[in-house]
Design a protein around this ligand. Structure first.
Ligand code: PEP
Ligand code: CO
Length: 459
């Protein structure tokens, strides 16, 4: 294999990276970003990789979630806090069902750039470049704002830094204390069926904590009861920016992309001979690969070998996203290939991207039932193939939006226009996200019992 350098990706074909008109300005911006502090630290990234290695071994479960695209308009401390709350709530439900740790990974603090199915958009007979994410151009349908603007990268960097700052404070500063679970329930959730179920869980946890306290174990003495690790992730799409954020870790001499703990390669940019794969090959971060219907088994093996030549556990997470009625058609073959080759991977399920449809009124939406169906089918296929379903990857928000239809709130197609705020794909709202966690808790329970039996059988 050829030598990897920070910019060797430029020698390979790349898709979905915009052409900036003003190259001089782009280079000025990138040179400045190269001097900015890292957003995350190499040691944290290594911790995440270790936790993902536990997922490979069936000893933990991965929950990855957040916006499809973060935006400048939705940047608000309440939004960050509420997304974090829902991640905590979901992971509590999952930890309780599975009796195993849940690795919490936000699609947050840097998830801006989007690959689009069409390079242009036509409205009222006018054609303009598509919206590519707030760190590239503006969502407003105007010629000026749709031009890729390098200066947007400064704003995206600064938003990511303050988002991370709040996430660190929330996860380490006492908010995540198990004694405070009652604070995690969002106002509008309290009256809903999920809110009530969550309250029951809260009561059980309070009982368990009271018992532990009586035994002398409490959050004053045990940090793990009052803090959580919350990691960040985004799609490594805009390589000039990722390159500028990649630094040598002084303790190991290895390259880390310090823009997030975990980055993934999208379904549209995972060509084994493409620039995105080349870039990710040389960084130490855990890497996700989106696996959609067009992924061939041979290419999956190639990708794992290029990106993880040492077959290190925790380095690769395969994120399947086939659509609810395509799971049985595509997933078993890939699982068999991975097993046959003895490749160490986390298998995660993205039940969002294969289930997007257009409503009669023109909104992109996802029927909640289909999301649930895909997750259940993925669990069933893994079980049948003797493989461990290790994670869930969702687009969600802590807000009470109306972007996906269905769920206990019975959001109809007509309701979509009420609170449709996403800058790209439709997200589960807080109630739907928590409902999903409850609806799959039986699967998670069986899945973890099954993996514990395997661990016992081989040890
Ligand atoms: C995404 O996760 O936002 C995305 C674009 O997904 P995919 O690459 O799977 O289409
Ligand atoms: Co999306």
């Amino acid at each position: 294999m050829k030598k990897w350098t920070l910019n060797s990706w430029k020698n390979y074909p790349v898709k979905h990276i915009p052409e900036y008109e003003n190259k001089k300005e782009l280079h000025m911006v990138l040179d400045k970003i190269r001097t900015f502090p890292p957003l995350v630290f190499a040691g944290e990234t290594r911790t995440l990789k270790k936790q993902l290695a536990d997922v490979v071994d069936g000893k933990a479960f991965l929950l990855q979630g957040g916006d499809c695209a973060e935006s400048f308009a939705e940047f608000h401390p309440d939004n960050i806090r509420d997304t974090f709350k829902v991640i905590l709530q979901m992971s509590l439900v999952m930890t309780y069902s599975a009796s195993m740790p849940v690795v919490k990974l936000g699609r947050i603090a840097g998830q801006f750039s989007k690959p689009r199915s069409s390079p242009t958009e036509i409205k009222d007979g006018k054609e303009l470049p598509s919206y590519l994410g707030d760190n590239i151009n503006g969502i407003e349908f105007s010629e000026k704002l749709r031009k890729p603007d390098p200066k947007r990268l400064f704003k995206a960097y600064s938003q990511s830094a303050s988002t991370l700052n709040l996430l660190r404070a929330l996860s380490q500063g006492g908010f995540a204390d198990l004694n405070k679970v009652h604070l995690w329930n969002l106002g509008f959730l309290k009256k809903s069926p999920e809110g009530k179920r969550f309250k029951e869980l809260e009561d059980k946890i309070a009982d368990a904590l009271a018992f532990m306290d009586a035994c002398g174990i409490n959050s004053d003495f045990n940090r793990r009861l009052k803090t959580v690790n919350c990691f960040t992730s985004h799609e490594a799409l805009l390589l000039p920016f990722e390159e500028a954020m990649t630094r040598i870790d002084s303790t190991t001499g290895k390259y880390h992309d310090t823009s997030a703990h975990f980055v993934w390669i999208g379904d549209r940019t995972r060509q084994p001979n493409g620039g995105h794969v080349e870039f990710c090959r040389g960084i130490e971060n855990p890497i996700g690969i989106k696996c959609g219907p067009t992924l061939k088994s041979e290419d999956l093996v190639k990708l794992c070998n290029i990106l993880n030549s040492k077959n290190e556990k925790g380095r690769i997470t395969l994120i399947s996203r086939f659509g609810h009625d395509n799971v049985e058609k595509f997933l078993p073959k890939l699982i068999r290939t991975i097993k046959k080759e003895g490749l160490n991977v986390v298998w995660s399920c993205d039940p969002m991207h294969g289930n997007t449809i257009k409503s009669a009124s023109g909104f992109k939406t996802r029927p909640f039932n289909n999301v649930v169906k895909e997750v259940k089918r993925v669990f069933a296929v893994h079980k049948a193939e003797g493989s461990y379903a290790g994670g869930l990857h969702i687009e969600m928000t802590g807000k009470n939006v109306t972007e996906c239809t269905g769920g206990a709130q019975k959001i109809s197609e007509k309701d979509l226009s009420h609170r449709y705020h996403t800058h790209c794909d439709p997200r589960l709202n807080a109630s739907q996200a928590l409902e999903l966690a409850f609806l799959i808790s039986d699967e998670i329970k069986k899945n973890s019992q099954y993996s514990k039996n395997i661990i016992q059988a081989v040890s």
